[in-house]
Ligand binder design. Structure first.
Ligand code: PEP
Length: 268
């Protein structure tokens, strides 16, 4: 069964050990005894709290990081490498987030190098892609997604390609409380799916989870995830409320698709 993913990106929030403990204690309480057979719930806290999250996350949740550097070690002041993340229990790493592209000047080439590094370290990259509002208005969504993903999808073995996750995050929907229609999200999924299928074949493409991100909350899961045939969601602000993460994990786990065709978006 293809799993669905719920990834909480805490961004640069949670400012103290005390906040961290409080988050974890509520999260543990809310996740207690929850069946997570078809859902993978991941929390990506800021770097300084990764280890504490690793030690105290409930068993039915996994640890994510919000970025990584592409080199393994050396004179790269301020950077964090994949062996360091791996060593403290990280399994998933977000790369190419629009905020890193904007404030960290991260380029598509950087994203590609980070993906290679993560795969070398046996970590799973969550590659973010998405168009701006102007690009969308100009009908450039497909071209933007293709340009952003091309480098990251190059030079992978099919086995490596199966380890990646891709998050479609239209930039205009992040932090804005605006969300696209289900059809628009599905259209983006088809673009991404076709790109992966062209590079690695349909069998590999069907195994790569394609998530939606941008102003997600529990009440919108039907629109942005289920109706849009997405394989999960990447959640920013709403993941700061651990009980909301647990609620979404429940909804996703218990969702029954009317006639879900295993992983393959309906084309046309
Ligand atoms: C994000 O930062 O990836 C995100 C989706 O944020 P928000 O849910 O706050 O829009």
């Amino acid at each position: 069964m293809k799993k669905r993913y719920l990834i909480g990106n805490l961004k640069m929030n949670i400012l103290s050990v005390e906040d961290t403990e409080q988050y974890l204690s509520v999260f543990r309480r809310e996740m207690k005894g929850k069946k997570q057979e078809s859902t993978v719930t991941v929390i990506a806290p800021p770097f300084p709290y990764l280890e504490r999250f690793h030690k105290e996350l409930p068993e039915n949740a996994a640890l994510g990081a919000q970025d990584v550097f592409w080199e393994k070690e050396g004179s790269y002041t301020g950077e964090v490498s994949y062996p360091m993340l791996k060593d403290i229990g990280t399994e998933y790493v977000i790369v190419g987030h629009s905020e890193r592209r904007q404030y960290g000047r991260e380029t598509d080439e950087d994203v590609a190098r980070k993906v290679q590094a993560l795969l070398k370290g046996n970590l799973r990259p969550v590659i973010c892609t998405g168009e701006t509002e102007d690009e969308r208005r100009r009908g450039e969504t497909a071209a933007v997604l293709e340009a952003q993903l091309r480098g990251a999808l190059e030079d992978l073995s099919p086995m490596q390609a199966e380890k990646i996750l891709i998050a479609y995050e239209p930039r205009w929907a992040i932090g804005t409380d605006r969300t696209p229609e289900s059809e628009d999200i599905l259209e983006a999924k088809v673009i991404i799916y076709r790109m992966v299928a062209a590079a690695y074949g349909a069998a590999v493409a069907e195994r790569i989870p394609i998530l939606y991100g941008g102003s997600v909350k529990a009440s919108l899961l039907d629109r942005v995830c289920f109706s849009a045939q997405m394989d999960g969601v990447l959640v920013g602000r709403e993941s700061l409320f651990p009980y909301e993460v647990a609620k979404m994990a429940d909804i996703i786990e218990n969702y029954q698709a009317p006639e879900r065709r295993e992983g393959k978006p309906e084309e046309g």
